[in-house]
Design a protein around this ligand. Structure first.
Ligand code: IMP
Length: 197
């Protein structure tokens, strides 16, 4: 039974999400900020799995606590899986998403509807101080839209069109998105693991 987990992210939105998902369960999730740690772990893996494990291993080693870390991104089939693990750094970390999103739409100018398939992927890893490692993956399938639409969410949400909803993921409320999102699925998968430890 574990009672305290550190989440290896500086992203307050992600901390809030995991705290909500684990709220009914007696495990305390603390952020790196709450633990007064700031460290920049180099994400030099070649897959989402490797990158999330690299971060979780480093933070578990540093704190002596169970550590959770995630890695996520957008895979566009027409672009051979780009931006993938480079989603945050795509076209430069500081480049705004309006530019990144327009760039992707432009690269898909010639793509037919059936060629516009894409997915958001999220992998969450849990590393325990005794060396045990657990990995959970969540995927949300969709298409690259023809225009930027919606004000919610972040990053590539405004171009990620969900045919079933007739909306982009930036047009869903955060509750609606959490139910179907890659991150929501991976987090709920990891909750099963945490509850069983
Ligand atoms: P990470 O924080 O290293 O996992 O970076 C993931 C990057 O992938 C983000 O900076 C976004 O560009 C993109 N991304 C991941 N999940 C989402 C999502 O739910 N909506 C929009 N963009 C996302």
């Amino acid at each position: 039974m574990i009672d305290k987990i550190v989440f290896a992210t500086g992203n307050e939105g992600k901390i809030k999400e995991i705290k909500e998902i684990l709220a009914d369960f007696s495990v305390e999730v603390v952020s790196m900020k709450e633990m007064n740690i700031s460290t920049d772990v180099e994400e030099n893996g070649t897959t989402f799995e490797e990158n999330s494990l690299i971060k979780a291993r480093a933070i578990s080693k540093l704190t002596g606590l169970p550590a959770l870390a995630d890695d996520s991104g957008l895979e566009v089939d027409y672009l051979n899986g780009e931006p993938g693990i480079y989603s945050a750094r795509y076209l430069g970390y500081d480049t705004d998403y309006e530019y990144k999103n327009n760039y992707i739409i432009n690269r898909l100018k010639e793509a037919k509807v059936t060629e516009r398939t894409a997915r958001f992927v999220c992998v969450i890893s849990l590393v325990l101080p005794d060396g045990r490692e657990f990995v959970k993956k969540g995927v949300m399938e969709g298409q690259i839209g023809y225009e930027i639409k919606g004000e919610n969410g972040f990053g590539y949400d405004p171009i990620f069109y969900l045919p079933k909803y007739g909306k982009t993921s930036a047009e869903l409320s955060s509750d609606e998105k959490n139910k179907i999102s890659h991150r929501g699925k991976a987090l709920r998968g990891m909750k099963e693991v945490i509850v069983s430890l």
